[in-house]
Design a protein around this ligand. Structure first.
Ligand SMILES: Cc1ncc(COP(=O)(O)O)c(C=O)c1O
Length: 412
């Protein structure tokens, strides 16, 4: 994909710099790291340029709940530091954390995990990276649903695998069907990655839909990696179903979790893998030879977060639900369009024509909006889908409102 072609106006220079440095430096690197720079990076660089010039940029790109850190978590971290819990920890995480994590899963999502199924990582992202590295060989195929989280195809590439992209559409509620999965299978298919509570669409699958997907993976001996990092951010009393619930298919299911979104702990870098003990044991060796596990202080902070999850999680969820609602109300008022409200996550994935755009080039549109309205959004192409932009409601309410007003002034 040549992003050169799609850049507009004064922002082109910034992107050219990104591509230039990528080309120059990548020549010295291995084939593995020949992965394209992301459109998100281009947006962020352009936004930084503006900020350097003293301009205010209203950010709708944030991938985390921007809410104050709970005092329980702060105390947990402080206590760990003051009591000398600052040395290496076991590779798979401290037992206290792994215990709290599987209990949290069992209580909230009806899973049946034990300590040996529970593994702590450097965030959900490293959990996914480790899984891709551990299971995918050169020539293997992984099924990825588009719109996808930006890192999946690059992680597949880093593992030497080929991504087979299965398209979902706005009209079909951004959902894949079992027969579409069946039709995509071939002898090289090794893994399906499913992001329930999707970034960027917020789509939630039902229990029945998930069970059918898990069954087809089991029957075809494909590993189902269920990325559930947004599970705690469900709205309108929607139910979040974890694939970990389907004990009958347990050998083929791996669940990825994280403290980043559910507990607003993105910077602490704590994530989890829940899987069979054989998988966990293999991953433990892999992690031992790569990161050695995540920070001891972060792990103790996460223990405190789990201990107070009943106080922390509803507060975050309530705040985000309010931001989500304000976003939709404000959008409708300004653009006279009702946007479909996501049931989960942090994002609206909005067709560009809802803003009044006639074009379909999402990177060009985002660059123009940054240039003219001082609003940063993520282009749909970063998620494999042209004609859309991703707007986060994870940021402060005033910033969201100001961003929409600015967009309205420019587009109407
Ligand atoms: C779908 C999805 N999966 C995984 C992650 C990784 O999150 P973290 O590494 O912060 O746990 C993210 C972060 O944005 C995400 O959106």
């Amino acid at each position: 994909m040549d992003y050169h072609l799609v850049l507009a106006g004064s922002m082109k220079a910034t992107w050219d710099q990104v591509v230039f440095s990528f080309r120059v430096y990548s020549m010295k690197f291995s084939q593995r790291v020949h992965i394209p720079p992301s459109a998100t990076l281009a947006m962020n660089s352009a936004a930084q340029e503006k900020k350097k010039k003293g301009e205010t940029v209203f950010n709708l790109t944030t991938g985390e709940p921007r809410v104050p850190l709970s005092s329980f978590i702060q105390e947990g971290a402080l206590k760990a530091m003051q009591s000398g819990k600052t040395f290496y920890t076991p590779t798979s995480g401290i037992v206290e954390l792994r215990e709290k994590a599987f209990e949290w899963m069992n209580i909230n999502y009806g899973t049946h995990y034990t300590l040996e199924n529970s593994f702590a990582t450097n965030g959900g992202k490293y959990a996914l990276y480790a899984l891709f590295q551990a299971f995918l060989e050169t020539g293997d195929e992984i099924l990825i649903l588009d719109p996808y989280w930006v890192s999946y195809p690059s992680m597949a590439h880093l593992a030497g695998a080929t991504s087979k992209i299965l398209s979902t559409t706005f009209e079909n509620g951004w959902k894949i069907t079992v027969s579409e999965i069946q039709n995509a299978l071939c002898e090289k298919t090794k893994m399906l990655i499913l992001n329930n509570g999707s970034n960027p669409t917020g789509v939630l699958y039902t229990r029945e839909e998930l069970k059918n997907i898990a069954k087809v993976c089991f029957e075809n001996n494909i590993l189902l990696v269920s990325d559930e990092v947004y599970s705690g951010l469900t709205y309108d009393d929607a139910e979040y179903v974890s694939c970990g619930e389907f004990s009958e298919f347990v050998e083929n299911i791996v669940v990825v979790q994280s403290m980043s979104k559910n507990f607003a702990m993105s910077g602490w870098r704590v994530g989890f893998i829940f899987a069979t003990k054989e998988i966990i044991s293999q991953l433990s060796t892999f992690q031992g030879q790569s990161t050695s596990g995540t920070s001891s202080i972060s792990q103790w902070a996460a223990v405190a977060a789990f201990e107070h999850s009943k106080e922390i999680m509803p507060e975050i969820k309530h705040e985000l639900e309010m931001r989500r609602n304000i976003f939709a109300e404000k959008f409708e008022k300004i653009f006279q369009k009702k946007i479909p409200v996501p049931k989960c996550g942090l994002y609206y994935f909005i067709p560009m024509h809802f803003f009044g755009s006639v074009g379909e080039n999402s990177l060009e549109f985002c660059m123009q909006m940054l240039d003219r309205a001082n609003v940063a959004m993520v282009p749909g192409i970063a998620f494999g889908k042209e004609g859309y932009v991703r707007c986060s409601f994870g940021g402060e309410m005033e910033e969201i409102e100001q961003a929409l007003e600015n967009l309205g002034k420019v587009m109407l």
